[in-house]
Write a protein that binds this ligand. Structure first.
Ligand SMILES: Nc1nc2c(ncn2[C@@H]2O[C@H](COP(=O)(O)OP(=O)(O)OP(=O)(O)O)[C@@H](O)[C@H]2O)c(=O)[nH]1
Ligand SMILES: [Mg+2]
Length: 414
């Protein structure tokens, strides 16, 4: 700790990062690890846990009758424009004849499966689930754009029998609302409520005790029930699947960005402990010790989760019909994923040395095991401090990009 007095020259740490002291849970978990006394074994376990989190497969089946908007829904979830390379084909004629996987553009282990339209001559409800290999999927989303039909009833019943879960999406509600608007006593909330109640009533008749129905428009994903669908899925998935699901959801609202931030924050202390356990090295020219490679990997991952990378920004620009440079102009603090290199991290380290060292002073006393690790303890605190600060700034920039993307275009606001 003599090292701490060496550097007191750079900018003071921001309030948000100073507030990021160890939580009670972190302290407890760290103490437990040190009490068990084998940090190397604990690190190996953490490494396995973090790797398996990242590699957890999530396979979501999108099913329903032909033409209901399944492919359009997939593209909306993946953040792809219908014309984008890699997007599901959409159209007015039947286009999907066998299950086809659409991997998430950033998370290849997350796949949406576009299933053939049920009820067409080649796909009848009773054989359908076997034909599409139902066991390959974590859950089903039944998409329907019209009144409830016997195909929905049969499909719901069959999915239930197979012990799988389904969510019922009533799609194209923008279209329904437009048609209803012509009526004299039009009331949007009442129309939506009526559509939902009708679906719930019919699913109950089909034997579903607590039907989960969501009204959506793939063209306006941020409206109607998408947020509710996202929250329901999140609550019903196990921890591993929830992690990849949250990271896969498109960045369409401030609330979703906030959720991603919280989810990533949860795992920072584990990454930091890994950094100290794998024998981090002193950073040249600074009194800091940490594993620069770990910082590079995780900072890049945060940027990508928030859509702060060239590909995601171009996709967003295409979706909202704005120049990508306009969206980029909203980014103030965070670099894009491609700019995060070892050199970049070293620059951040030198800028943040003062703040990181103050956190070392604050934290080492709390967890006795950490203090006794000398260099390892400093590495833990530095990594944790830098990742928290970086995450905070990337999340802030992502919110600014979202606001810019949703602003009316110049000609629209005149
Ligand atoms: N108004 C409106 N139209 C939509 C929406 N989603 C899809 N559509 C349109 O509905 C038509 C069918 O959409 P698809 O996504 O191709 O439907 P699908 O269920 O994949 O069709 P199949 O592959 O043939 O079973 C297309 O013309 C879409 O543009 C929506 O949310 N609102
Ligand atoms: Mg399709």
């Amino acid at each position: 700790l003599k090292l701490i007095s060496v550097i007191r020259t750079t900018e003071p740490p921001p309030k948000a990062a100073m507030a990021g002291r160890l939580s009670r849970r972190e302290i407890e978990e760290l103490k437990a690890i040190f009490e068990r006394g084998n940090l190397t074994a604990a690190a190996a376990e953490l490494q396995k846990k973090l790797e398996s989190l990242e590699n957890t497969p999530l396979d979501i089946a999108i099913t329903g009758e032909s033409g209901t908007g399944k492919s359009s829904f997939i593209n909306a979830i993946l953040g792809l424009h219908d014309d984008h390379e890699g997007a599901a084909k959409t159209g007015v004629t039947q286009t999907t004849m066998e299950p086809k996987a659409y991997p998430h553009p950033r998370l290849p282990n997350v796949k949406l499966w576009d299933l053939p339209g049920i009820g067409t001559p080649s796909f009848q409800a009773d054989k359908y689930l076997n034909q599409v290999k139902f066991n390959n999927y974590d859950f089903f989303i039944i998409v329907s754009a019209t009144r409830f039909t016997s195909h929905h009833t049969n499909l719901a019943r069959e999915i239930h029998k197979m012990g799988k879960r389904f969510y019922y999406v009533r799609s194209k509600v923008d279209h329904d609302l437009n048609a209803e608007k012509r009526k004299k006593n039009f009331n949007e909330a009442r129309t939506l409520q009526e559509i939902k109640e009708d679906c719930i009533k019919n699913l109950r008749k089909a034997g579903e005790a607590s039907p989960r129905v969501f009204l959506l428009s793939s063209w306006e994903l941020a409206n109607y029930d998408f947020q509710l669908l996202q929250e329901t899925l999140q609550n019903e998935l196990d921890d591993q699947k929830r992690h990849v699901f949250i990271l896969a959801v498109p960045n369409i609202s401030a609330k979703i960005l906030e959720k991603k931030k919280t989810e990533l924050q949860e795992h920072i202390w584990e990454v930091a402990l890994l950094s100290c356990a794998i024998g981090a090295l002193p950073v040249p020219g600074l009194s800091l010790i940490c594993d620069v490679a770990i910082l590079v990997i995780h900072m890049k991952c945060y940027c990508e989760a928030f859509g702060l990378d060239d590909e995601s920004l171009s996709r967003l620009a295409q979706q909202v019909g704005k120049p990508v440079a306009e969206l980029k102009s909203a980014i103030k603090k965070s670099p894009l994923a491609s700019a995060i290199t070892k050199e970049f991290v070293l620059t951040v380290l030198s800028r943040s040395a003062c703040g990181a060292l103050m956190m070392v002073e604050l934290i080492l006393d709390f967890v006795p095991g950490l203090g006794s690790l000398a260099g390892g303890g400093i590495s833990f605190v530095t990594t944790r401090y830098l990742l928290q600060r970086f995450l905070h700034e990337a999340a802030e920039d992502a919110q600014k990009v979202l606001t810019k993307a949703l602003e009316p275009k110049a000609e629209e606001s005149i």
